[in-house]
Structure formats: C-alpha cells, structure tokens
Design a protein around this ligand. Structure first.
Ligand code: HEC
Ligand code: HEC
Length: 476
C-alpha cells in the first residue's frame, strides 16, 4: 500500500525536479503548500544561529522597538540594584533573571543530568514544585523551592536528583534507554521535612518560540478542537484547561499543563526571582522564620521591585520575538519524515496549522499588538491537555501534580516549532517537562496514554522511516 503511494508520489514529483534544478528555481514553492512556508506569518524570521529564538520580528518599529529592547534587557537583568535597571532579587530565589533559566529565550541546560540537582554552583535552571503528600503547601516554603539566596540568607533547600534507567528495543532490534528522575531535597533551611510527607515535581524551562502567536490565538479554534478532535480509533481526545483568577475565567495556554492564561511575567518575577510587583507585592519568603521582624538585610516592603510598565516591556519583548523559519524543507529525508509524522498521527495532537484572531494580542496593561492578528501559524500543537499515561517504567508521564483542571498524567501538547534549533540555541537536547529525554527519540518513546497508539505506529516503522521522522523534527 505504502509502496504504491510512494511510487505515485515519485511520479508526481519527478517531472518537476529536473526543470527546477535547470532553471535554478526555489523548489519550495512547488513542493510545499504556500501556508507551510512561513511558520508564523509576518513574524517568521530567517535566522539559523544561536539567536534564532531571541531576535525581534520585523514588524517592531519606533516605540515598540525601543520598548522591546528595554524588555529584553530587563529579561536578562540579574536584578542587583547597582546596574541601573533595578534590584530586588531574592532574598531567596530559583533563578537570578528570566534569562538565567530561559537562556537566549530558550531552555537553559538543566542540571538534572550533569550536576544531579542544584549542583556545585547551586543553580539548576529548573523549577521545583513542593507540597505535602496531601497536596497542601508548606506554610514556611510556599509552592516553589528556592534553592538560591542572596548573600547572608539561606536557600530554602537544595535539590538532589537520581536517575533510574531501563533498556528497551524496537521490533527491528535497535535499542534505546529511558530514565526516570527521582528527587530528594537536602539542606532545608529550617525544619527538615520528612521525606514521607514531601511531594516534589520538577520542570525544565520552556522555549519562548511563538509566545506572541500563542497569546494571539483564536481561542474559539482551540475550544472547537477540544470539542471535535476526538479520535477514538487512536484513543485521542484533548481538553482545555481553564483558569479562574480575580473572578475572570480564561483559557489556559502557557505552561506544561496549560495552567496559565498569560506569559506569567508578574508571577515569574515574584515566584521565581523574589522581585515584588503590583500583582505580587509580598516577598515570597514573607513569614519564613529567617525573615522574622521584616528587617532581614534591611529589606523594605514599601517599594515594589519592578514597575508595571517595565513588566509590560518584558511581555512585549516575549511577544515581539520572531519565530524561526523551518530549514531543509526540500531535503528528501525531511520530506519523507514529514509524511511519517502524519502516518504516525503525531499531527492529531501536534496540530500543524492554527490561526490568530483578527485583532492580535494584548499586553499586560492593555497595549494592543495588531501585527499578531489574522495570521496563519504552524505551532505543531493543539495547546490542549492529553493524558500521557503512567505505565512506562511504572510512572510514565505522570507526576501526580494537579494544575487547575490538569491532572497528574495530563500535559499540554508541547509546541514543536523551533525544536530543531534547541541544540544550537542552548547546547543540549533535553526534552519533556522534566528533561528526562536526552534526545528526540527518547521524547517520542515516553509518549503513553493518548499518545500510545501514535508512539506504537512510530515504533513499528522501519528504522529508516523513524530516522526520517526525526530528521523532520530537526527541520522545525
Ligand atoms: C528558575 C528558572 C526560571 C526563571 C527564573 C523563569 N522561568 Fe519561566 N519557566 C521556567 C519553567 C521551569 C517553566 C515551565 C513551568 C511549568 O510548566 O510548570 C517556565 C515557563 C515559562 C513560560 C511559559 C512558556 C510556554 O511555552 O508556555 C513563560 C512565558 C515564562 N516561563 C516566562 C518567564 C519570565 C517572563 C520570567 C522572568 C520574569 C521567567 N519565565 C523566569 C523556568 C524559569
Ligand atoms: C496524544 C497527543 C500526542 C500525540 C499523538 C503525540 N504527542 Fe508529542 N507530546 C504530547 C504532549 C502532551 C507532550 C508533552 C509531554 C511532557 O512534556 O511530558 C509531547 C511532547 C513531545 C516532544 C517533546 C517536546 C519538547 O520540547 O520537550 C516531542 C519531540 C514530541 N512530542 C514528538 C511527537 C511525535 C514525533 C509524535 C508522533 C510519533 C507525537 N509527539 C505524538 C502530545 C502528543
């Protein structure tokens, strides 16, 4: 069946190939449907370097451009008071700037594999969520473990990771290894929490590819996908996460469990870095025993560490980033891999084409970005939650952590645009929410639950086709 299709395909393509080469034409126009040429419409960037995630889209100009530049600086600012931008880091924190975890607007190499946790320099580039076994927060620690602290203050604790690995094989004999991370927290600053009462789950940062497009998405299209995209023959049915904050119900889009409706600028400054702001005016360690009296390190509560205008500049920076165009789209292996991507039904969750609403997106304080409106985009995600199972090695992709409507085994389909450049941008190929996959193949083989049938279609392919599918992912 497939051979017949391939011959037909070949026959269809053959007459074009020689003539294109002769005339030196760009064969892309002939072979690729128009709407696949540009990943993010007018925000598509033809940058193929380590700055591929971190360059402005072409539509930025005038005050928007200067605000983008300021936002970029604030994003990478380590928030010590002496540098002209502003202070406020800590006293306890998880990262020292947004860019410390999202290096080059990507994913800083997590310390999971190399340093086995908080590491010798103490910075893990990961977020550690902690609760009691019953789901309640520890009053003395909060939701995130802050394993860093400014001079003179103790970090809340240190993360130690371990890995349990097992070898598996494809029907054709090729082997692969999957590893599950385990966590332990040591050096608690105060009362040690008994391991029996500690629940802990870890995330590596997400890439910032397509943040503006994600915020501008036509949300009705996502909701329609959730209502209609039911593929019982493959066991797939996605659903929306909703967040109700300050009485307003909104669709969750960002974060590994689609647990946030916006780009978490206020939360990131507060919860990840200890930078107080109008939305979160209290220090995150408020109430900790080492903070008693509020006088530690001469800390003053009356002044917020960052203004709302500057937070909007950071929001503008993220939404104004360009999306890298695909590469090697005419490479025969990549084209074959693209076909395999559809054959393995990856596209039923990693949805190739979505649209942005006509008016574009809105920043934190209401500034509109009409340039992001009315675009056809190719994020390779439905932004919906899927049950990814819990069978593989006894745990699968289930962290037992509930985020809004998302259960432990439910995850937002990670957008794949730009994924092929992660190695160039960040120097590593760790994937999935906690970085347990060391490469794309392992990431695919962790798919279970609703992803099981698709994973098995991939598993049963001849090795050549599996390799082609991975070559296609590298072209994204
Ligand atoms: C300690 C490391 C760390 C710091 C510092 C940090 N982040 Fe993150 N960021 C993460 C992790 C980890 C995730 C994934 C969280 C999850 O899904 O639970 C994330 C997710 C995000 C997302 C969601 C992206 C998506 O595709 O859905 C955005 C947007 C974001 N961060 C923006 C920021 C901004 C803005 C700052 C600075 C104010 C910041 N981050 C600081 C680690 C960090
Ligand atoms: C049922 C929906 C579903 C299907 C089908 C599916 N995926 Fe996924 N995919 C997801 C979800 C959800 C995640 C996030 C899981 C996590 O981080 O734990 C993900 C993550 C990934 C990642 C890691 C991305 C990153 O940056 O960390 C890759 C690569 C990937 N999928 C490729 C594929 C390929 C290739 C196929 C087809 C063989 C496929 N997926 C089929 C839902 C799906």
């Amino acid at each position: 069946m497939r051979t017949i299709r391939n011959i037909l395909l070949l026959l269809a393509v053959l007459p074009f190939l020689p003539s294109c080469e002769e005339e030196g034409m760009d064969v892309r126009d002939l072979e690729i449907p128009d709407n696949y040429a540009l990943s993010a419409g007018t925000s598509t960037l033809f940058v193929n370097s380590s700055y591929a995630y971190d360059s402005p889209a072409d539509w930025l100009s005038g005050t928007y451009e200067s605000r983008f530049i300021r936002g970029d600086k604030l994003y990478d600012d380590i928030r010590t008071s002496s540098n002209g931008h502003g202070g406020g880091l800590g006293p306890v924190y998880a990262g020292y700037s947004c860019g410390s975890c999202h290096r080059n607007a990507g994913r800083t190499k997590p310390a999971l594999w190399s340093e086995k946790g908080s590491g010798s320099y103490g910075f893990s580039a990961m977020l550690v969520y902690i609760t009691r076994k019953n789901g309640a927060f520890f009053p003395d620690y909060g939701r995130v473990l802050h394993d860093q602290a400014i001079y003179g203050v103790q970090p809340e604790g240190k993360l130690r990771t371990s890995l349990r690995c097992e070898t598996f094989s494809f029907p054709d004999g090729e082997t692969y290894e999957l590893c599950v991370p385990g966590y332990e927290i040591t050096e608690w600053y105060a009362d040690s929490i008994a391991p029996e009462d500690l629940f802990c789950t870890v995330r590596i940062p997400l890439r910032h590819v397509g943040m503006g497009q994600m915020m501008a998405l036509d949300q009705a299209e996502i909701e329609t996908l959730a209502a209609r995209s039911n593929y019982p023959e493959y066991g797939i049915s996605g659903r929306c996460n909703y967040i109700t904050e300050r009485g307003v119900k909104s669709l969750g889009l960002s974060g590994n469990k689609a647990q946030h409706a916006d780009l978490t600028v206020e939360l990131g400054f507060s919860s990840d870095m200890g930078v107080t702001n109008s939305r979160y005016p209290e220090e995150i360690c408020e109430g900790q025993s080492q903070m008693q009296g509020g006088s530690m390190m001469g800390l003053s509560y009356d002044q917020l560490d960052i203004s709302t205008e500057d937070m909007e500049n950071v929001d503008l920076y993220m939404q104004g980033l360009g999306v890298p165009a695909r590469r090697n789209v005419n490479d025969p292996t990549v084209k074959r891999g693209e076909e395999m991507f559809y054959q393995a039904k990856c596209h039923l969750c990693h949805v190739t084409t979505l649209h942005t609403r006509p008016r574009g997106s809105t920043l934190l304080n209401g500034t509109g970005l009409p340039w992001l409106g009315g675009q056809t985009v190719h994020p390779y995600s439905d932004f919906l939650l899927h049950d990814m199972g819990s069978e593989i090695m006894g745990v699968g992709l289930n962290d037992n952590y509930v985020s809004g409507l998302a259960r432990g085994n439910e995850w937002r389909t990670t957008p794949l645009w730009g994924i092929g450049l992660q190695e160039k941008v960040n120097g590593h190929t760790y994937f999935l929410h906690d970085g347990r996959a060391r490469n794309l193949l392992e990431a695919i083989m962790w798919h279970g639950g609703e992803g099981e049938a698709s994973k098995n279609l991939f598993r049963q392919m001849p090795r050549e086709d599996r390799d082609a599918l991975i070559a296609f992912l590298h072209s994204l």
